[in-house]
Design a protein around this ligand. Structure first.
Ligand SMILES: Cc1ncc(COP(=O)(O)O)c(C=O)c1O
Length: 414
């Protein structure tokens, strides 16, 4: 058993969490749309801007320091996503922009009659770029269906991923239902048919350890601002593919390695912040028994994060089950929290999600209503136009907050 997290010690690192709402601290259950940052992330960004700010690739001191920092950040992100080569890590504005960029590049290799497979479960940032790119290349798009409990229909995946398929794009976990998808199995299905796999790990990244190498995917994406970093996107891809695929770029820019995929001048301060964000998570694995290397520390950190989040998630699901009129979207069983992230969405028989979000906001609870851009899922489950009320927990949340939010909801629906 991993040692439990000390919520007070964790929370002290995040000044944003000290925000007041009336006579108590605000409750941040909006993590799936963006987490708070520890002070070390803001310090790293400030230090970079004040002391080593420069463009990269020059002979002078600040430029060399920038190159070294970017390399160190690539090493950190490689550790974080479970990859071996820092040169496989590309930074970009955000996941959406990186995905459009890669989709445009890959589409140049696709031919009419070939097939792209997406899912009905994903955030639209992992659907729209592929649908548009497929349209330009004259390819057909197939969508893997979801079951009524929001999990992916694997039989449908087996039917739709065939020899014509060039790419399968799916998420590691749903940002709406929290459901974890069978990533390794889907990658294997793609590989068996000679297709590439692209996995959106944006929702997974703050909750579960990533193992790009073991999952068998070809590309994965994450967003640092969901794992306690600044607003920056991260793409990991197999080195051979990143080298081989023709990327949009200006002529003097590097034609090899990760830099080939980074258009224009990078957001260096955000890259510095992302390095600090990964180190901040690793720190949670060093508090007792100190594993020597960052990868080991990240393994230990995520064991502690998972334990804490599963306890909170089970308590939240148990509490919601007692509220009249509430229907959880996806896995509602508190004994199955290991199959989901602690992101719990629900509808109510008579209160609209926007109404519940406003009532919670008035009580100092930050939570989202709507479809959270997972519009294919809310459409497939018949939840449009109102969507759901989403409670997104992170490791810095506490049992007291869960109980407080449940008490607010109880008052609202009583
Ligand atoms: C699962 C998922 N994928 C993709 C995105 C888009 O990420 P970005 O804002 O970095 O483009 C989000 C953002 O909410 C998300 O939750």
């Amino acid at each position: 058993m991993p040692t439990p997290l000390d919520p007070a010690a964790v929370r002290r690192r995040f000044p944003g969490l000290q925000r007041r709402a009336g006579d108590r601290e605000a409750v941040f259950f909006d993590g799936p749309a963006g987490s708070q940052v520890p002070v070390t992330v803001a310090d790293a960004m400030r230090d970079y801007l004040l002391h080593t700010n420069a463009n990269h690739g020059g002979a002078f001191a600040t430029s060399r320091a920038t190159d070294a920092m970017v390399h160190a950040a690539r090493e950190a992100v490689a550790d974080f996503v479970g990859a071996t080569e820092p040169e496989e890590v590309v930074f970009g504005a955000n996941m959406t922009t990186l995905t459009f960029h890669l989709a445009r590049a890959l589409a140049r290799t696709w031919r009419p009659g070939e097939r792209i497979v997406v899912t009905d479960s994903d955030h639209d940032a992992n659907i729209a770029p592929w649908v548009r790119a497929a349209a330009t290349a004259g390819c057909e798009v197939q969508r893997i269906a979801v079951h009524a409990n929001a999990s992916l229909d694997l039989d449908d995946a087996e039917r739709k991923i065939d020899r014509r398929t060039r790419l399968v794009a799916f998420g590691g976990a749903s940002n709406l239902s929290g459901t974890i998808h069978p990533v390794a199995r889907l990658c294997e299905l793609a590989r068996t048919q000679g297709a590439l796999s692209f996995v959106d790990m944006v929702h997974w990244a703050p909750h579960l350890r990533l193992h790009a190498d073991r999952l068998g995917c070809d590309f994965l994406v994450a967003s640092a601002y969901k794992f306690f970093g600044p607003h920056l996107g991260v793409l990991w891809g197999r080195r051979a593919l990143l080298e081989e695929i023709d990327a949009d770029r200006v002529r003097p820019a590097p034609g090899h390695g990760a830099e080939k995929w980074q258009t224009g001048t990078a957001n260096f301060e955000a890259i510095a912040g992302t390095l600090a964000a990964v180190d901040g998570i690793a720190q949670l694995g060093r508090e007792r028994g100190a594993p020597a290397d960052r990868r080991g520390a990240l393994d230990a950190a995520f064991r502690r994060i998972e334990r804490h989040e599963r306890e909170l998630c089970a308590a939240l699901l148990r509490g919601l089950a007692d509220l009249p009129g509430v229907r959880v979207v996806g896995l509602a069983d508190p004994d199955r929290v290991h199959e989901r992230c602690p992101t719990v969405s629900f509808t109510h028989a008579s209160r609209r999600p926007a109404e519940i979000a406003s009532a919670l906001a008035a009580a100092g609870v930050h939570a989202w209503a709507g479809n959270s851009y997972a519009i294919a899922l809310t459409t497939a489950l018949g939840l449009e136009p109102d969507g759901v009320l989403r409670l997104g927990l992170l490791h810095y949340n506490t049992r007291e907050e869960v109980d407080y939010v449940l008490a607010q909801l109880r008052r609202l629906v009583a």
